[in-house]
Design a protein around this ligand. Structure first.
Ligand code: UDP
Length: 236
């Protein structure tokens, strides 16, 4: 029996790039789809929020002169592109999947509601929640914590290319040490960039634990469901 009954999985847009500089690496996409299906096959209910940083970020657009709100809307549309790609990859391997959108855009996807998401998960569909929160000035990290809380997920799993939370950025500082677990408050007081602060505070206030783990190593998602102690557990 899986450790968690219902999960909210956050995948960054950037990780979808794989070895590329931009866009979607099909091998990475398919590897994610396989991992997600293997966990769905265990009976875990799964909702996924994907970022859009592999295509567009509102903040970097603003630095180039785009209006911030329009830039953020472009970023949200980027999450829709990634969501459609993932749902297509899942369906191709026989996993039912459904994209819901925080901004109305039928027929691309139905508008999100908590009830639709839960009903779909209960019917064995993987639900992909696109457009983040649907509002500018937010991120998909915040979208993930919001949706994770709404759909009553047992945990929010933040899949990244790093295998957990470190005292410093391990890609820059070789002396950085990994935390097995850490409290929300310590994340804040140490100024660690696990997720953006709004997202972390929302998880704290609503008691949604986070596991930060390396999603790029195939099998890790299944290991987490089997109760293996990988990644970093962020808790109250
Ligand atoms: N975005 C937004 N509101 C949201 C979620 C995302 O405006 O609720 C925009 C924002 O411009 C962001 C972009 O979409 O930069 C892509 O999301 P994010 O940067 O979180 O993607 P990731 O870093 O995970 O690839």
């Amino acid at each position: 029996m899986a450790k968690y009954g219902r999960i909210l999985l956050k995948l960054s847009g950037e990780s979808l790039m794989g070895g590329q500089q931009y866009g979607i690496d099909v091998n990475r996409l398919n590897s994610y789809a396989e991992q997600i299906k293997s966990v769905a096959d265990m009976g875990v209910q799964i909702s996924i929020v994907i970022g859009g940083g592999n295509i567009f970020r509102g903040l970097s657009g603003a630095s180039k002169g785009y209006d911030r709100v329009k830039g953020d809307q472009m970023g949200m549309l980027a999450t829709v592109i990634n969501s459609l790609a993932l749902s297509s990859a899942l369906v191709a391997i026989g996993q039912k999947a459904r994209v819901l959108t925080a901004i109305r855009m039928e027929p691309i996807g139905e508008i999100y509601s908590k009830w639709k998401a839960i009903e779909s998960m209960e019917n064995g569909e993987v639900v992909i929640l696109s457009c983040g929160t649907g509002n500018p000035f937010f991120t998909t990290d915040t979208g993930s914590s919001l949706r994770g809380i709404e759909i009553e997920a047992d945990v929010m799993l933040k899949g990244t290319r790093v295998d957990g939370v470190y005292t410093a950025d391990p890609e820059k500082d070789p002396s950085a040490v990994k935390f097995e677990s850490i409290s929300y408050d310590e994340v804040y007081s140490r100024g660690l960039k696990v997720m953006d602060m709004t997202a972390t505070v929302m998880c704290k206030e609503n008691n949604l634990p986070i596991v930060v783990f390396d999603m790029d190593t195939p099998g890790n998602l299944e290991r987490l469901m089997n109760g293996e102690n990988i990644g970093t557990y962020v808790h109250a």
